[in-house]
Design a protein around this ligand. Structure first.
Ligand SMILES: Cc1cc2nc3c(=O)[nH]c(=O)nc-3n(C[C@H](O)[C@H](O)[C@H](O)COP(=O)(O)OP(=O)(O)OC[C@H]3O[C@@H](n4cnc5c(N)ncnc54)[C@H](O)[C@@H]3O)c2cc1C
Length: 557
């Protein structure tokens, strides 16, 4: 192995916050949480792929943090006395990305994950320093693509986009080799005995090459679920990690509950696909949904909540503890459940829609999609707020944005501030009484036809990007009749439940259901999935948070 050279330069202007030096008093407080240890020069303390890793605080000597990649090592950092190792994965218990090795004979304090969690929950000063360092380190790894996976793919491939999105939305750093542009592509493919026809290929920890893996296979290869004990009876199982589920996780875990989140895709839910949320309290310049979700997820982890990346497929509700069944057949026992499964996008009734999903047809307008259609014409379908936001956001980088609405205008469906922005943006055109009639292309969308529903006149356009923002349906099918739904399939809760609903459901208690409680005691619903909910991030967060006060009451009963 060659000697590492200079460390990779940081992209951040805040190196002192990424690798802060602790004061003598702070070090003394840390010592009580860990075990002193002497290490020899060259001794390896952490290997990439190790799970449940401790952190190390350097008392004397030096540690080096390196990333092995194929036959080489990249030196990320050398840290001396007063500085500490660790990263977001240390909190979650997921596997390490980097190797930590003593550069010389050194003295360290080893702090186990459980002790680290106790420390960041109780020592406000150290918590701020360490959490900020862990978050900024992850931001740095993401910015530099320094993870444990390499994706080889094409920017014209829907599956490449899907994999990028899955890794990005899960905050997992990766490097990308583009089939069409990267000169190294042939040697990387040869090394793993795969061809361009096999792409997208995901090279997992430099060892396994997965050909066009499903999201589930990626999660397995990267060990996303390994640190979670599935057999323990949890105080609270939350199904869905959108804003409502994340809020329930933060409040539940911070109030001492044993919390497990179940999520199909990534933390953030629908909000995670929003390019900029401008009406969420406390963010006057707006925040991207993914950033908000990333922060909330880290906060939940800090308080000890855990997450399984999986789908809840069935609720066993005829006995307690309740059981949430997972797609792989595993059964998670829960004293209480918060259902926060949100809603899913309505699709357009176009025959070949699925062929172009991710290859020209998108359901979210984030930075990734905006890059794909930079300088080109795009279509946004829909007249609600999400359509308005997407149009305004895309107009910053696209050549022209056409907003297709079936109604005569936007006034009844979109916030005034967005309508004003659309009117003031010269490269947005709103087309009333218009619907998409046809999509056309080969591997990627190339042309569309739209139709005026009043005149029947159709128009053909060479447009390769369509953003569908036409509303959503509740994710309640998996509940299999366990809880009462309203006429549109949303979950009925609290005061919305009539005496008849409760009778039919055999409500067993003398009290009525709490505000967010369903027809089953201790099963609550929060966010978009709940009937009567205002479909906003703030209301989802509010409901997820207050659900916890009812969880406490149920647990006392
Ligand atoms: C593009 C876009 C922009 C938006 N912009 C704004 C905005 O600016 N301001 C605003 O206030 N609101 C905005 N909204 C609305 C807002 O995002 C939603 O109201 C909010 O996300 C609802 O949160 P939720 O947690 O209830 O549900 P969701 O966000 O829908 O999250 C539900 C989660 O549950 C998961 N899930 C579903 N079924 C299962 C299952 N069986 N097992 C495990 N997991 C499951 C899903 O994968 C998802 O992650 C926007 C929505 C979109 C689509």
């Amino acid at each position: 192995m060659p000697e590492p050279m200079d460390p990779v330069p940081l992209t951040s202007s805040r190196p002192e916050q990424i690798f802060p030096a602790l004061t003598e008093a702070q070090m003394q407080r840390l010592i009580s949480h860990g075990t002193p240890r002497s290490v020899r020069a060259g001794e390896v303390l952490v290997e990439p792929g190790d799970g449940e890793i401790p952190i190390f605080v350097v008392m004397s000597g030096e540690l080096e943090i390196v990333r092995p990649s194929f036959a080489q090592e990249t030196l990320l950092r050398v840290i001396g006395p007063g500085r500490f190792t660790g990263e977001i994965n240390t909190l979650s218990g997921r596997r390490a990305f980097a190797r930590v090795r003593a550069r010389q004979a050194s003295g360290v304090i080893q702090i186990a994950r459980e002790s680290l969690l106790a420390l960041v929950q109780t020592d406000a000063e150290l918590s701020e320093i360490m959490m900020r360092a862990f978050i900024l380190r992850r931001v740095e790894l993401l910015a530099q693509g320094l993870g444990d996976v390499t994706l080889v793919g094409s920017s014209h491939s829907a599956d490449t986009l899907r994999i990028k999105e899955f890794l990005t939305r899960n905050g997992h750093p990766y490097s990308y080799i583009d089939l069409e542009r990267d000169p190294d592509v042939a040697s990387v493919l040869d090394r793993f005995h795969v061809s361009a026809a096999d792409t997208p290929v995901l090279i997992c920890r430099g060892q396994t090459a997965l050909r066009n893996p499903t999201n589930r296979e990626i999660a397995k290869c990267l060990g996303f679920n390994e640190a979670v004990d599935e057999s323990r009876i949890r105080d609270l199982v939350i199904v869905g990690a959108g804003p409502a589920g994340l809020a329930a996780a933060v409040y539940g875990a911070s109030e001492g509950l044993d919390v497990l989140l179940l999520e199909t895709f990534s933390p953030g839910g629908q909000a995670g696909s929003s390019s900029r949320i401008e009406n969420y309290l406390g963010f006057p310049t707006g925040i991207s949904g993914n950033e908000l979700a990333g922060r909330a997820y880290t906060q939940a982890q800090k308080f000890g909540a855990q997450m399984l990346l999986t789908t809840g497929t069935r609720l066993t509700c005829d006995r307690r503890p309740y059981i949430v069944e997972l797609e792989d057949g595993a059964r998670i026992p829960a004293r209480t459940v918060v259902i926060a499964t949100g809603a899913r996008y309505r699709k357009l009734p176009l025959e070949n829609l699925a062929r172009f999903e991710g290859a020209g047809v998108y359901y979210g307008a984030t930075f990734i999609e905006a890059q794909l259609c930079r300088g080109e014409e795009v279509i946004v379908v829909g007249g609600g707020n999400s359509a308005g936001q997407a149009a305004v956001f895309l107009a910053q980088s696209a050549k022209h944005v056409y907003v297709l609405v079936r109604a005569s205008g936007l006034a009844g469906t979109m916030s005034k501030y967005l309508i004003r922005r659309i009117e003031e943006t010269s490269n947005i055109t709103m087309l009333p009484h218009t619907e998409l009639a046809d999509l056309d292309g080969s591997d990627h969308l190339e042309r569309v036809t739209w139709r005026n529903t009043q005149t029947g006149k159709t128009e053909n356009k060479s447009i390769a990007h369509v953003f569908v923002m036409t509303g959503a349906e509740p994710n309640t099918a998996w509940l299999g009749g366990c809880v009462r739904l309203d006429g549109n399939g949303f979950i009925k809760t609290g005061p919305d439940l009539s005496a008849e609903d409760l009778n039919d459901a055999h409500w067993p208690l003398s009290r009525r259901p709490y505000l967010l409680e369903t027809t089953l005691p201790g099963i609550l619903a929060a966010g978009d999935v709940r009937g009567g909910n205002v479909k906003r991030v703030a209301s989802a967060v509010g409901e997820g948070s207050i659900a916890i006060s009812f969880v406490h009451q149920v647990l006392k009963e």
